[in-house]
Design a protein around this ligand. Structure first.
Ligand code: TXA
Ligand code: MG
Length: 318
């Protein structure tokens, strides 16, 4: 096995980006596949490597809220307050774009998604680079988002770009996306930052896609999906199903039942989210006949986790 190439230095990473190259970057949520957001040829390389349809917009990552006006216009006061409260952090704001922001980034829409990621290495990179980095999650289209440098290598093999290795991602699921480009504002994707945290800033906040909402790839039914078939069951039927078919592996909550194979995640929403994608990847690699997932609790704290599991179930085995 050839050794993994070393993680580039910040100076090397800046040079790669200035040259129009791709770079995998760590964030607090998941790893991103980044390119200079002002360079349409570099952006085209992201879509080609990911296998992502061209009309799916990318998030532009920026160093801090002072950069908002470089990308967006008619920014509502609430957007600035949200940025002040939650950036750097796992919150993406959809705003009206400046005319010069490339269609390649926005999927031809008149809006742009912006966020400042809470990761020391990537913040240092953004400061040194000076511009914005367009970056989707660093996985092939429809597959499980990567939460470590090793996952990015697994996704792209020998085509993997240089990876700025920032260790495992602490949050583990993608950012909350709020659309502030139309009224009322709307949550387009649930994440670590919950609706109750946003409500003081956005009393009329809605959830889910409105009929006229832009297309959000994370909102396709099948997404974040393993190749192995998956089923979700409550604990008792889960144990029965595992007994019936010992070639199934389990993703259990708070402890693996005796005499079953698989993994267990803590019954606490943040800890569960942190481990979810790595667990799905590991179980998918075991070549089991199916992955049986224990149904997590419902309720607002579990919304983001349940959203990802629902989409993984819809796409599993495809
Ligand atoms: O946590 C995250 O958001 C990660 C890290 C790398 O920052 N990024 C991420 O990117 O999840 P991606 O491309 O896998 O998902 C971004 C989502 C997509 O569903 C995309 O459609 C939506 O954001 N999006 C981006 N720009 C948008 C826009 N202008 N309007 C509506 N949705 C947008
Ligand atoms: Mg993604």
């Amino acid at each position: 096995m050839p050794e993994n190439p070393p993680s580039p230095t910040i100076a090397e990473a800046v040079a790669i980006l200035r040259d129009g190259g791709l770079l995998a970057i760590p964030t607090e949520t998941v790893y991103g596949l980044a390119a200079d957001a002002r360079n349409p040829e570099a952006i085209a390389r992201i879509f080609a490597l990911k296998g992502r349809p061209a009309d799916h917009p990318l998030i532009v990552h920026i160093a801090d809220a002072d950069r908002l006006d470089d990308w967006a216009v008619t920014i509502p006061e609430a957007a600035r307050k949200l940025a002040a409260a939650f950036w750097p952090g796992p919150l993406t704001l959809i705003l009206k774009k400046r005319a010069e922001v490339a269609d390649a980034v926005t999927g031809g829409q008149d809006t742009v998604g912006l966020r400042s990621p809470d990761h020391a290495l990537t913040l240092a990179l953004l400061k040194a680079f000076g511009g914005g980095l367009a970056a989707p999650s660093a996985n092939r289209f429809g597959r499980i988002s990567p939460t470590s440098a090793g996952h990015v290598r697994d996704e792209f093999g020998e085509n993997a770009p240089p990876i700025l290795d920032g260790g495992p991602c602490p949050v583990g699921i993608e950012s909350t996306i709020v659309d502030l480009s139309q009224r009322p504002p709307r949550i387009l994707r649930e994440g670590h930052i919950r609706r109750e945290q946003l409500l003081p800033f956005l009393p009329e906040l809605q959830s889910g896609l409105a009929a006229a909402s832009p297309r959000v790839s994370g909102s396709l039914d099948a997404h974040y999906a393993p190749r192995t078939q998956m089923r979700m069951l409550e604990r008792e039927p889960l144990i029965e199903a595992a007994t019936d078919d010992p070639r199934c592996v389990l993703l259990a909550l708070d402890g693996l039942p005796p005499e079953t194979q698989g993994l267990s995640l803590p019954a606490q929403p943040e800890a569960y989210a942190h481990g979810l994608y790595a667990a799905l990847r590991e179980l998918d690699a075991r070549d089991a006949t199916c992955i049986l997932i224990e149904q997590p609790p419902s309720g607002p704290d579990w919304l983001a986790v349940n959203d990802r599991i629902k989409r993984a179930l819809a796409g599993a085995g495809l």
